[in-house]
Design a protein around this ligand. Structure first.
Ligand code: XIL
Length: 334
């Protein structure tokens, strides 16, 4: 049967998508995801904000539901995400703020033990850390974002989290997932350099990191330089790390309202991006952030939604689960 996962598999890649757990109640959605995807990731269900919503209570229900669906359809799972500045439950931020480093480490160990322990052996790769580099004003020479984790534990929190995951679930590939490293602007080029230096440091220190994830929320307002991107991916691969494209989508803000024009703009971007990505041997998985347009998070994001308020044409399937030009671009690129 023809599908994105079948096309990807022919070149040794896996195509998959983020799924919000509540969508799995919709039969047409279930069918589309079962047909197109070889791998799934939860949009929020495995984040701390869901699992540890209430102190002293762990809620694995939504994540388990997605896991069961993936199992039933022979799909693999990614885990997203263990350490992030966002999606912290309300009660965790003050707890971290008043913790000694030893207490904060104990909390981190309990949390990773709970989440990665619960799904031990069932997650191919865990986003151990997500978005650790600063965006906008960079105040530290190491480029790290100032987060509750950094404040509580110092810059060693990143290495520490990888070591803890490795103790809890050694079969899961420890992944650093990062955003805004894909496109051709000087500040992203600077972030690419920070990534490479930090990866080299982590490997030299013996940190059990196995993959780097490029979120790939691509924006139509910025260019893509294929040569720079190719070099970046090759350098990561050269370090012996695998690469995942973890959250691919296309904001169409820069294109006019006309649907055909937007689809042309988005498919041009996709072709430029996927040509490079699919040619790099280190790349294993290409995941989009959801699979059909009505679900894209871009429409809710203050800086990413369209000024004219139109819903974005960001994903491979339309509101009726029909295959868009973007689906065909993916299919051809794989
Ligand atoms: C987003 C989800 O899609 C939303 O539903 C949620 O409200 C906020 O988080 N980068 C990430 C993802 O790593 O976790 C984010 O997901 C999108 C940006």
């Amino acid at each position: 049967p023809d599908s994105l996962q079948a096309a990807a598999a022919r070149t040794g890649l896996t195509y998959g998508a983020e799924v919000p757990d509540y969508r799995l109640d919709l039969p047409a959605y279930r069918r589309a995801v079962a047909r197109e995807c070889g791998m799934l990731v939860c949009g929020t269900a495995m984040k701390m904000v869901v699992v540890l919503a209430k102190p002293g209570l762990e809620d694995f229900g939504p994540g388990d539901a997605t896991m069961r669906f993936a199992r039933a359809n022979g799909q693999r799972m990614r885990g997203h995400t263990l350490v992030w500045h966002d999606a912290l439950p309300d009660w965790v931020q003050p707890l971290l703020a008043r913790s000694s480093p030893a207490q904060a480490e104990a909390f981190l160990r309990r949390w990773i033990g709970a989440a990665a322990g619960h799904w031990r052996g069932q997650i191919e790769s865990w986003d151990v850390v997500n978005e650790v580099l600063a965006i906008g004003e960079v105040r530290r020479p190491d480029g790290l974002r100032e987060t509750p984790w950094l404040a509580a534990l110092g810059p060693g929190y990143i290495d520490l989290a990888f070591h803890i995951l490795h103790e809890v679930d050694p079969a899961a590939a420890g992944t650093w997932n990062e955003d805004a490293v894909e496109q051709d602007v000087p500040w992203m080029e600077a972030r690419r350099t920070l990534v490479l230096r930090r990866l080299e440091g982590m490997l030299a220190r013996g940190v059990p990191i196995r993959r780097f994830g490029l979120q790939s929320h691509l924006t139509s307002t910025l260019p893509i330089d294929q040569e720079r991107l190719r070099r970046f991916l090759a350098e990561i691969g050269g370090l012996g790390l695998a690469i995942e494209i973890t959250e691919l989508d296309f904001d169409d803000r820069a294109f006019p309202a006309d649907i055909a024009a937007r689809d042309r703009g988005v498919t041009d971007m996709a072709r430029r991006y996927l040509d490079v990505v699919c040619a790099e041997k280190a790349v294993l998985n290409v995941m989009t952030w959801d699979i059909y347009d009505p679900d894209t998070w871009l429409n809710d994001h203050p800086n990413r939604k369209r000024p004219d308020g139109l819903p974005q044409r960001a994903l491979p399937l339309d509101a009726d689960f029909a295959r868009k030009p973007l689906w065909h671009t993916f299919h051809k690129a794989f």
